[in-house]
Design a protein around this ligand. Sequence first.
Ligand code: BGC
Length: 867
Amino acid sequence: MSPLRGLHAALGVLLCVLVSVRMVRFPLLSMQLPHLLIGLLLASRRLPLLISSLILFWIAFYAGNIPSDDWQANHAWKACSTGSFLAALVGCCWKSWQSNTGRFIFVVVLAAIARVVMVLSPMAIAEDIFPRYNVGNETIVETPWLRKQLCSSSQAQQAVLCGPISPLSWEEAENRAAWTLEQMTDEECHMLMQGVGWISIPRWLPSPLPALPKLGYYMGNLPPLPRLGVPPLKLHDAGNGFRNMPGGQGKLGSTIMWPCSLAFGATWNTHLVKEVAGAIGREYRGKGANVILGPSVQVQRVASNGRNFEYMAGEDPYLGAKLSEAYVIGVQAEGVIACLKHFAFNEQETHRTYGSSVVDERTAWELYYPPFEAGVAAGAGSVMCSYNKVNGTYACANEELLRRDLKQKMGFRGFVMTDWWALHNSVDTSVVRGLDMEMPGAGGDTFFYPEALQTMEESQAGDFKGYGVNRSAVYRDPARRILSAAHKMRLFEMPSCTPGQDCVAAIFSDQRSPEAEDLARRTVAESIVLLKNEAVLPLKNVKRLALIGEPWVAPSRGTDEVGMMGDYYSGGGSGHCYIPPENFTTPFTSISERAKDLGIAVSSSLTNNITEALAAIQDADAVVVLGATTAEESRDRESLHLDNGADDLINAIAKEGKPVIVLMQVPGTIMVPWKDEVAAVALMFLGGEFTGNAWASLLFGDFSPSGRLPIMLPTHENHTIPPSTELDAVYGEGLFTSYRASGNFAAFPFGHGLSYTEFAFDPPKQSEGCQARICVETRVTNTGSRNGAEVVQAYVEFPPEANEPKLVLRGFQKTKILEPGASETVSMSLTSRDLSVYLDGWKLQHSIKLHIGASSADLRHTMSLSV
Ligand code: BGC
């Protein structure tokens, strides 16, 4: 062996030794760099080996970062590391006497095996139940089944365990927090302010694996303080369901793949949203998480925003406020802290981490803040500041936004956390400006390090811009707020697993329940908006049905590691929910099974090919085309049209003269250029795992649709606001977005949605004994021949001098399901705020008109009111 080869082999062995030492955990970056250097040195002789060594190095690196306390799972990870280590060892030695290609293949194959083992073993291990509660002689993880058992008995401890809990008042929570805080050292305060538990690879280094929390940890983690009974905080995505991810964050399909939040908005049903939030909260509790990174309550501005599917408010602040309130109350009743996000003006994904939203005060308070204010008023324990800058300053270090508007003016008493890596400066300035917690605390740049806190304490005490707090008070304030939120949600009284110790099984546990599945089915059905119907739906007298379009058989994407890519059932990114493709029923299967039961013959063309489609519809009595598109976090949509030429397909089929029904699964705004050519159109915002079931129920008339558009569908893209390609996104249109803009640009207006029945509204009148400023009631009667529910909407018209849009939504109410001929009196209360406009503070308007109707373009009655 030549001396050079000997040296090479020796370096290879050294690398392996260091990598295995790494497994014992060196948390500091400075300790990791030598490993990397040695790896590079080792590989410098040949490119293939350079690549394969790097792959091995990173695998070992990841495996080395696992929590040492999650002992069972740790064995698997250690085995993987050892596998990588052995692969490296053998591969490196082999270098001396084998061909390059052989070595390369050998090492890469071993690396791949190690990777697969890494992903699979923790899951397999977590199938075994991990201890969490004592039930008789057994210790067992919380599942819906266990919850039922425990909660049906009447032991005292179960008041808090079984939920819904009664959150404490802020006063009570703050009193308790003050006591806890008194006992805490500065270091302990700091522990509450910065997340832990992420694999600490600096994001600028190339890595074959994405940055992720370690096994047994959540998206965000704060350690417990057992000495004082402070529970660990465990934060996880997102508002539309638990983010099960392959690897360390859960098992696919172990929670419901709920409809997206915008679909919640399309129900216009606050009771349902509260119920859904409660069910999601129970899944979180079962999974061991106690902070839900949602709801997302931004009001939509840019039609192509890649995250609109996550934004429940749709395009309206009032709708958003009511739903935000309902969601916060629902989820927090399960002992899970809600997090209102993303604060604020994060209305586009283009330039999201460095662009600046330029917004004036009136637009902020009237259009974009109300859902946040309502969530705050409902007691939300946390808020997430957004990635973007606001009027030139990063949101997470923006004192106008956080201290003045959120904490002072809105009276927010919980804590503010950063979006993931959204902090760009030191603890000193950001804490003073209103931030309380940095997330995730690793895996990228971090700033809330203890030394920075010390510097802050040592620097001179002083008053901060009239916020009436001195430096040391500001410094301990984050801990006080975090403790208060935890006390408010009774987290000190609940059993809780600890990340890095015993959360693995909770994270992997199966939290599905038949009740939750049923609720998800009801929710997606109720979210469907019937846009047009020339008496073809529900289907009747159809003997031969043609199903056309590639989305009928589109799979749910279950394999993509971190879920950054969306599918036709759930959008991509941190709001993505999964269902394993093998557990998923495609819309095609749902409809075909149903048709078979009814003796209807089905022909199909399950692509978007026009020739095939025309052949498939020849004998059909009716044609149903399914069109779809999706969207993802971190980029805006390139097109507002259905995917893969579906518009041309629909136009071509419509020419054949058969009744054509178009169904759409979309993440937000969609263009409908063919709407006049077809007989019926229905829309579902990405609807989760029961999409097919809901379409079948709609087509065959199991229910009357009662969803309403929470956005406007425009006639042309020109009537939407595009994402700003400049670094400044100037909100120059002010309040005039969506239906509030002048001119009628709607293909289907905001608030629109048809039913299978008809409703009449009696002339409204002011109600007696009103607790609000004005209460208005109207009697709604089902004048059609089927059961159905209506959404009554109240739009205020302010006097011209108020310079408001022509109409602004200030009330809505969904009726219960009314039988034909049945009536319900619907009452809407308008507060002083609802009757005010923001002109350097809220100014009550004394003479207004109130329009009552079934959409922003279907106004049935008008009342003039003196306030
Ligand atoms: C998203 C947040 C999410 C966080 C944690 C960020 O990229 O903007 O909405 O909660 O990641 O996954």
